[in-house]
Design a protein around this ligand. Structure first.
Ligand code: 4AD
Ligand code: MG
Length: 435
C-alpha cells in the first residue's frame, strides 16, 4: 500500500483517484470473476469490487472473505449510482488483517439473542448511529451548562441513605454493613452548591425497577443540575433550554444517522421553535378528563398511560407542575397556603412528545428541617441518617433547586427507539445484565 489511510467518509468526499481505507466487511457476495465487498468503518460504508484477474495468486484467500473480516484496501474510487453510498472502489491491493468465520449475527435473530450478542451487535449501523447521537447529546449537555457558568461536580455512588423512595433501592453489602447504590446525586449536590453555586453532573444512577418496560433501566445515565439562589421558574427555563440545545445540536450534526434509523426528524423541529407549555397537575387532570375521557382522582400520580395520553395533545415536551405532595419525594418544597388535604409541591416533570414519557424531574428544595424530618418519617425513614443534609439548612441556607434528566430517555425519544435498551451500549434491566 502506498496511500495514507483515510476514513470511508473522507474517501466518499474525495470521490475520485487513489484511496486507501480499512475496516470490516459489512456484506459480501462473489462470482467467478468478481468479489463485491461492502466495507464499513466507524464513519460510513463503501462498496469495493475485486476483479479475479488482478488477484490471481490471492484469489483463494479473497474468495473466502466473510462478514466482519478486517481488511486494508487500496484502489481507485469513482461514482457508481448502483452502490449503496453512491461510490465504488476498484481495488488494486488488499490485505486481510483478521479473519472472521460465521459471524453469529443475522436478520433472523430475535431481541433476546441480539441482547446476548450485544458485544457484536454494537457493530450494526443502527447501534453505530445511536452511539454517535449519544455522543452529540452528551457533548451538548456539557456545552449548555458550561456556557452558563456551571461547574461539573460529582457525588458518590455508594450511599447510606435514599432520596427517591425505598422501593427502587439497590442494597450493597459494604464490609458487612448495608449501603445503597445512588438513585440521584441530589443530596450531595445540595451540599456542593454552597461552595460552587451552579453545578451539574452526568453520571450513572441506579433504580431497582422491577417492571419490564420500554423506558426503564436499572442503571441509567443521569444528567443533573443544582443551583443556589434561583427560583422554580429558573429550573424549568434551564430544562427547556437544555432540551432545545440538545435537539438543535443533533439536528445540526446527526441528520444522516437519524435517516439511517428511519427517524422522521421533522417531528423534532417544533421542540426547537416553540415554547414548551407549562401546566399544573390540576389542569393535566382536567385535560385528561375532557379530551381523553380518563378520570384520575386528585392525589394519584400520573402513570405511563396518562403521560402518553397527555403527550398526544402536544408536539413539544410539556411541563407538568405543582404535583400533590404525597406522590413526590421528601425534599420538595411545599407550596404555601394550599387547602388542607390538597397540599402541593414546587415540583415539575417534563413529559416528552410521542409517548416517550418523563424526560426530566425537578423541584425547588424544602429548607425547613422540621418539615423534612416529618416527610422522612412519613416514608418510614430514620431522619438521623440525614444529619449531614440538615446541616446544609443550618449554616446559611438559601433558596435552591435542581432537576435530573434521564439521558437514555432523551436519546430514545430523539432517535425514535422502540426500547430504551438501545440507547446505551450495554443495557441493564431486571432480566438483562450480561454481557
Ligand atoms: O424523577 P427522578 O426520580 O428525579 C430525581 O432523581 C431527582 N433527584 C433529580 C434532581 O432533582 N436532581 O429522575 C429523574 C429522571 C426522570 O425524569 C427520568 O428521565 C430518569 O431520571 N429516570 C430513568 N431513566 C431510565 N431508567 C429509569 N429507571 C429511570 N428512572 C428515572
Ligand atoms: Mg420523576
Amino acid at each position: 500500500m502506498t496511500e495514507k489511510f483515510i476514513s470511508i467518509s473522507e474517501a466518499l468526499k474525495k470521490g475520485n483517484g487513489k484511496v486507501a481505507v480499512r475496516g470490516w466487511i459489512y456484506r459480501e457476495r462473489g462470482s467467478n470473476e468478481f468479489k463485491f465487498l461492502v466495507l464499513r468503518d466507524s464513519s460510513d460504508i463503501i462498496q469495493c469490487v475485486l476483479k479475479k484477474e488482478k488477484f490471481k495468486k490471492q484469489w483463494e484467500e479473497i474468495d473466502k472473505i466473510q462478514v466482519e473480516t478486517s481488511v486494508e484496501i487500496e484502489g481507485t474510487i469513482k461514482k457508481d449510482s448502483r452502490a449503496p453510498t453512491g461510490y465504488e472502489i476498484d481495488v488494486d491491493e488488499t490485505k486481510i488483517i483478521g479473519v472472521s468465520k460465521d459471524f453469529p449475527i443475522n436478520k433472523s435473530l430475535n431481541e433476546e439473542l441480539l441482547g446476548d450478542r450485544r458485544h457484536l451487535w454494537l457493530r450494526s449501523r443502527k447501534m453505530n448511529s445511536i452511539m454517535k447521537i449519544r455522543d452529540t447529546v452528551l457533548r451538548a449537555m456539557r456545552e449548555h451548562w458550561h456556557k452558563k457558568g456551571f461547574y461539573e461536580y460529582h457525588s458518590p455512588t455508594l450511599l447510606g441513605m435514599q432520596a427517591e423512595g425505598g422501593a427502587t433501592l439497590f442494597k450493597v453489602d459494604y464490609f458487612g454493613k448495608p449501603l445503597y447504590l445512588s438513585q440521584t446525586w441530589q443530596l450531595h449536590a445540595e451540599a456542593g452548591i454552597f461552595s460552587l453555586e451552579k453545578i451539574f453532573t452526568i453520571q450513572p444512577s441506579f433504580r431497582a425497577e422491577k417492571s419490564k418496560t420500554s423506558r426503564h433501566l436499572t442503571e441509567y445515565w443521569h444528567a443533573e443540575m443544582e443551583v443556589a439562589w434561583e427560583d422554580f421558574d429558573y429550573l424549568q427555563d434551564d430544562a427547556e433550554q437544555l432540551i432545545k440545545h440538545i435537539v438543535e445540536k443533533v439536528l445540526q450534526e446527526r441528520k444522516p444517522e437519524l435517516e439511517i434509523l428511519g427517524r422522521d426528524w421533522k417531528k423534532l423541529e417544533a421542540t426547537i421553535r416553540k415554547k414548551f407549555p407549562r401546566i399544573t397537575y390540576d389542569y393535566a387532570l382536567k385535560l385528561l378528563k375532557e379530551k381523553k375521557k380518563i378520570s384520575i382522582p386528585w392525589g394519584k400520580d400520573l402513570r405511563t398511560i396518562e403521560e402518553d395520553k397527555l403527550s398526544e395533545l402536544y408536539d413539544t415536551p410539556i411541563m407538568v407542575r405543582h404535583y400533590p405532595k404525597i406522590v413526590k419525594a421528601f425534599y420538595m418544597k411545599e407550596v404555601p397556603n394550599t387547602e388542607k388535604g390538597k397540599e402541593t409541591v414546587f415540583g415539575f416533570d417534563m413529559i416528552a412528545p410521542e409517548g416517550y414519557g418523563e424526560l426530566v424531574g425537578g423541584s425547588q428544595r424544602e429548607e425547613d428541617i422540621e418539615k423534612l424530618k416529618k416527610n422522612l418519617k412519613a416514608q418510614g425513614e430514620d431522619p438521623s441518617k440525614y444529619e449531614f443534609y440538615f446541616d446544609t439548612r443550618r449554616y446559611g441556607s438559601v433558596p435552591h433547586g435542581g432537576f435530573g434528566m434521564g439521558v437514555e430517555r432523551v436519546i430514545s425519544w430523539i432517535c425514535g427507539l422502540e426500547t430504551i435498551k438501545d440507547a446505551i451500549a450495554f443495557p441493564r434491566t431486571m432480566t438483562r445484565w450480561s454481557p
